[in-house]
Design a protein around this ligand. Sequence first.
Ligand code: AMP
Length: 486
Amino acid sequence: MTRELSGPREKCGVVGVSLDDRAAARPLYYALYALQHRGQESAGIVTHDGFQQHDHVEMGLVGDAFTEADLDGLAGGVGIGHVRYPTAGSVDTSCAQPFSVSFKSGSLGLSHNGNLVNAGEIRDELAGHGHAFTSDGDTEVIAHDLARNLLEADLVRAVKRTMGRIHGSYSLTIMHDDTVLGVRDPEGNRPLCIGELEDGYILASESAAIDVLDGELVRDVRPGELVVLDDDGQGFESYQLVESERSAHCFFEHVYFARPDSRIDGNLVYDVRRELGRQLWEESGVDSDVVMPVPDSGRAFASGYAEAAQDEGASVEFAEGLMKNRYVGRTFIMPTQDARERAVRLKLNPIRDVVEGKTVTVIDDSIVRGTTSRQLVELLRDVGAEAVHFRVGAPAIVAPCYMGIDMATREELIAADATTEEIRAEIGADSLSYLSVGAVATALEEAEADLCLGCVTGEYPYDIDGETTDRDVERPVVGDAAPADD
Ligand code: AMP
């Protein structure tokens, strides 16, 4: 049986800044705006003014969550922020972040992107030692564990001890009193990068957040690295706390989740998507009158595909034949299938003049449940497409994501137990092709062994109950039997 992971999965955007002589609240607010695509359920900021923490966490979009007065109340030149991804169904205020709390060892604020595999075990152990939990999220587990370690060890050692105990994916921005830190899990599953601002430094999930503050990307935080920002905004210190032989970068960040204008692990997401589109043409290009993206994420794939086709002399024309209503939220997280189908129709409208009488290739970044593709094929036929070929810029998603991206359950995944031909018939396309795993690795310029491909192979780089792992990995032993690991 597949183990239920504890608590809601965290699929989020995180940020932290340390500035020399300026309030951190507004830069954090703008950075969260740039990370809005990573989470729309709640937004929050915690700052420190040298004496105490100030926090404001609210449900909803960044633009709605803060008033001018809220930002004015967030005093201090250091702080962290968070946007949280929506979960299907219920809205849970207790899981909104940053999580902030005061312990004997000082005040702590935590923003987490990722998902722990063993949070339940650590929670049980800490609860046994008298720690009281107010939410069922992973983030509070990390905060309590760190607070406990800070009673006995300095900051760097305390973080190292906690990293030795938690297993799973995490990119964290942490504020301990007025010090801001960033931590990336030993496999570097979720992104995190460092930027230099005119008067300080920033840690953020994606470099687009650095761009909006007119900063410079310094580099990615390395897997297993702790970065401590100087509290006067003058620099940062780096501690490689855990060494791992292989990384497990999430390929889906590049395919769907991240902004195309972000640079992650050395690659511009836009370039990767164009290259994935080129690979798609190489592997399964089909002659048609037009090639069109499913907006917005399909756009770079379709332009790469069309360019590769034209390089080879094919007469495929790139066209925008589907228009998106940008005020409709993500259909993916609608609670019922009926609502999802209605939402696809509200969100995407074909332009008859572009499509009528033409053979069409449609490119989307991924097929998850198949709701979008099934509806699109039908819509395109309704407005007179002569043939509809579907091309997907990722391999078939056959297994759930336990590492922080909402991917639906195995039962809901259309490709979990169907062949490509069966899926083609199900969505009603004339032809259907996915990209190969090898092409993904080529486009990312990484070895397959250094990527997390769990959702497309069913083999995970972490030790997840009931699932197969693709490497020699075991969860840390927690509890009183566990060794102290300084
Ligand atoms: P589906 O309609 O269930 O097959 O989902 C596929 C569509 O959802 C594609 O258009 C993707 O761009 C989009 N998508 C893929 N993964 C996610 C995700 N984790 N969250 C929200 N949307 C997604």
